[in-house]
Design a protein around this ligand. Structure first.
Ligand code: NAD
Ligand code: UDP
Ligand code: UDP
Length: 341
């Protein structure tokens, strides 16, 4: 290996000297790239909670230490500031590869495609070297503006290769290709999840995704910004359902890809109604121009995950939205205090 590689070998546990956790299972050492982000930090909570050792790799591009600060004193937790575009040496059993900024707002500001390609390549190289199992968090965006509805895993997608979002959707398509390449060519144990729109506490306040926008706007007593005519649809999954799905996928024998999402489908106008209903009946909306290449509709067909992973989401939009409100209120309050201090 090149001498420039960072090496981290915290002794004990890991692949060589696993420590038993509870009955019948060995403690695993697990890497979560992007673990300081929204989904990643909830996944880390789950893995630490069940007794495993977790190493987070994150460059804090969109993630925040605050999402993990409650784990800093835990001896089974480790946080490494590192960009996955650079190689890294670790000894681990499982790799959950989430690192990738997940919002359209960031598309123009970052070498996005490079993170998807180089970052995924490095994590697959690591998986190959140490014989770790590798899970890729791909996205429903690989289906593009879909011509099949709802989307099954067999659908190949309708993607603009040179559009404004292509760094994201083509980036994830390439990441899937790389994963399958390492699976077929090098025998790496690979798992591919195609995640549909997910929401919950710790979402970035300002990354432009529709649920976080509507909730933050409503708390700030601003109108909710509906893009276009608001008739485009999405299916919104609560984050704990996704975390259950990711863990089920990692621990099963199927490569995938698997759609992980909530099949409940809403137009943006309906979403605004639900936000109004559960957060503030006096909330209002305003229309704004839509972004380029915005998919008209999206809804997962999750029969494959139901059948093979015995997984399905449990939390409806009306149940999930209220669970993110206090976290959003607190963060917005802190921002206001900081700005007036
Ligand atoms: P997020 O932006 O909150 O988290 C991404 C994390 O990756 C952040 O902590 C960020 O700092 C880190 N990161 C970005 N580039 C990095 C790099 N080069 N090196 C190291 N760390 C880096 O986003 P999220 O919603 O938690 O998404 C997590 C994963 O799930 C992403 O791969 C995303 O594509 C996928 N996904 C999410 C959704 C969703 O609705 N949230 C939908 C589909 C797919
Ligand atoms: N890699 C890494 N950590 C490892 C092993 C590999 O970051 O533990 C990187 C490596 O630097 C390379 C990529 O993963 O850029 C792919 O590795 P692989 O061994 O598959 O390819 P090669 O080194 O032969 O190009
Ligand atoms: N959207 C909206 N208002 C906003 C932000 C987004 O109406 O303030 C719309 C956007 O045009 C898209 C949908 O909500 O049709 C979902 O957008 P998001 O960026 O959350 O997710 P993605 O497009 O990646 O599915």
């Amino acid at each position: 290996s090149p001498p420039s590689m960072k090496t981290f070998n915290s002794g004990g546990g890991g692949r060589t000297g696993r420590v038993p956790v509870g009955i019948g299972r060995k403690r695993l050492r697990i890497v979560v790239t992007g673990g300081a982000g929204f989904v990643g930090s909830h996944l880390v909570d789950k893995l630490i909670g069940r007794g495993d050792e977790v190493i987070v790799i994150d460059n804090f591009f969109t993630g925040r230490k605050e999402n993990l600060v409650h784990l800093f004193s835990n001896p089974r937790f480790e946080l490494i500031r590192h960009d996955v575009v650079e190689p890294i040496l670790l000894e681990v059993d499982h790799i959950y590869h989430l690192a990738c900024p997940a919002s359209p707002v960031h598309y123009k500001y970052n070498p996005f495609y490079k993170t998807n390609v180089m970052g995924t390549l490095n994590m697959l190289g690591l998986a190959k070297r140490v014989g770790a199992r590798f899970l890729l968090t791909s996205t429903s965006e690989v289906y593009g503006d879909p011509l099949e509805h709802p989307q099954k895993e067999t659908y190949w997608g309708n993607v603009n290769p040179i559009g404004e979002r292509s760094c994201y959707d083509e980036g994830k398509r390439t990441a899937e290709t790389l994963a399958m390449d390492y699976h077929r060519g090098a025998g790496v144990e690979v798992r591919i999840a195609r995640i549909f729109n997910t929401y919950g506490p710790r979402m970035c306040l300002d990354d432009g995704r529709v649920v976080s926008n509507f909730v933050a706007q409503t708390i700030r007593k601003h109108p909710m910004t509906v893009y276009g005519d608001g008739k485009q649809t999405r299916s919104f999954q609560y984050v704990s359902d996704l975390v259950e799905g990711l863990v089920a996928l990692m621990e099963n024998d199927h490569v995938g890809p698997f759609n992980l999402g909530n099949p409940g489908e809403f137009t943006m106008l309906e979403l605004a109604e639900v936000v109004k209903e559960v957060i503030d009946p006096s909330a209002t909306i305003e229309f704004k121009p839509n972004t380029a290449d915005d998919p008209h509709k999206r809804k997962p067909d999750i029969s494959k995950a139901k059948e093979l992973l015995n997984w399905e989401p449990k939390i409806s939009l009306r149940e999930g939205l209220p669970r993110m409100v206090s976290d959003f209120r607190n963060r917005i309050l802190n921002e206001d205090e900081a700005s007036t201090a």
